[in-house]
Unconditional design. Structure first.
Length: 188
């Protein structure tokens, strides 16, 4: 988990330095949602859509843009791996449980936002995807404080794992891999 937490700290710090008001968890959630909702990995308009949502419509400064592109490329790579490689960009396991819980909620809210930008019609989705999205809506509304105990730690871990698996399920059903897009995911 240290890789994802290092990633979370790295990207969140860069975004904060560039006065972006959201953290890396929400950005990755939005990106995963867009990709899982069927956005083509060659669609170059995602960066503008993302800046509209998280940067008050302003274009990203070069440093922030490069960071977000790196996170996008890493996320694409993780989603297309055959071995369920998606790692949620969340704070370290040593961070306070409520900080990790809040970041997970922001990730899920971001996912739903990104998904909604690219998938409005769920009629042809499997029942598993529909149920997963309903569960995400419930998770996104959770706001209770958690206690620092083993039971809460286990519950948070289970929800994080469920979110990770459900995001990959959505991508596997509705997403477009680079093979389908016929090119590598990149904005360079």
């Amino acid at each position: 988990m240290s890789d994802s937490s290092t990633q979370y700290e790295h990207y969140s710090s860069l975004l904060s330095q560039e006065n972006i008001i959201v953290d890396a968890a929400e950005i990755q959630g939005i990106l995963c949602g867009m990709l899982s909702g069927g956005m083509d990995t060659n669609d170059q308009t995602w960066i503008e859509a993302l800046s509209d949502v998280v940067n008050q419509g302003e274009a990203f400064a070069p440093k922030a843009k490069n960071s977000v592109i790196d996170l996008f490329n890493e996320t694409c790579q993780q989603l297309i791996e055959a071995d369920f490689a998606l790692t949620l960009c969340l704070p370290d396991d040593n961070a306070p449980i409520n900080e990790r819980g809040t970041a997970l909620l922001q990730w899920v809210q971001g996912f739903l936002l990104g998904f909604g930008l690219h998938q409005a019609d769920l009629t042809n989705c499997s029942q598993d995807v529909k149920e997963g999205l309903e569960d995400f809506s419930e998770i996104a509304r959770m706001d209770e404080e958690m206690t620092e105990d083993e039971e809460s730690e286990q519950a948070l871990f289970e929800v994080m794992e469920y979110v990770r698996i459900t995001a990959m399920l959505c991508f596997n059903e509705l997403g477009k891999s680079p093979l389908e897009s016929d090119a590598e995911p990149s904005v360079h």
